[in-house]
Design a protein around this ligand. Sequence first.
Ligand code: SF4
Ligand code: SF4
Length: 313
Amino acid sequence: MKKIDNAIDSTCFYYTNKCNITCGHCISKCTPKKKGKLELKKTVEWLKDLAEMKIKSAGFSGGEPLIFFDEITCIISKAKKLGLNVGLLTNGTWAKNWNSTTRTLKGLNKSGLDKLEISIDEFHQKYVPIKNISNILDASKKFSKPEIALRLTKTGDHEYLKILFLLLEKIGKTKIFLQALFPYGRAKKLNQRKFLINKRASKCRCECLNLPIVDVDGSVYICSQGQLLGKKSIYFLGNALEKPLKEIFQEFKESKLVYFLKNLGPEKLFKKIGRETKSNKGYVGLCHYCLENSRKIKKQALFNALEKFEPVT
Ligand code: SF4
Ligand code: SF4
């Protein structure tokens, strides 16, 4: 019988749910009032676990992780000493002027941060002037690291193109990652025309199941989208404040659910366990299909059903 050994290439830590802005599309409903934050000491222990498990990278997201600049740069330095490749996602509110931009980039450079991703779209730019983003793109030329990338949310009405246009002259070779607007959290209230619906979204296999996440309360999920359905969902693995992260990750590595989601895709897996799903309803992407159709699946029933299947040899 083939032994399951799902790879973990990276782990993202949702370091805080506090944010200094309140974007209208925020799936995590972050606000300046939220107080959730991981502990520095505990996070460093988890990073040691990652290094011992030969996981190559770690990422930090939120909320806005740079609200806790000293803490985060200290964690990044420790992660670098452990040999990890480190990335961080920010909204760029700190880049108000040249001084604040170079000061922050200098601090991130000193910490050893490898990659800094900046969220851009019409929702973020209601709060963050586009000038901030161009400050970062300009000032980053002074530093060898971090590499800058942009993360852009696509919308059905193509408003995101206007933001891109405003940055056109500055972008140069900067990488741009596109992501779908997800109808969860505050985005649920947005006009339907904002969502890019794809009728064939369910037809793929899941290709991002190598990146479990640690949420702000220590909950670990097989993927970042899974966190949106919470602890009762099939995506929840356990809480790293209650159980060693290494043990939780070992379960991920041996998980039949992860294996079949990766190798069959959610649609075929749900069919295999006898669930009728609405595959042609139209979803913004595979994850939207996966989340919506997993809602009614009872975790224990799913695991019992999976017991009967063996991995492909
Ligand atoms: S910057 Fe990010 S975390 Fe903060 S409100 Fe906007 S989408 Fe949410
Ligand atoms: S397809 Fe499902 S399992 Fe895969 S990343 Fe999306 S929500 Fe997670």
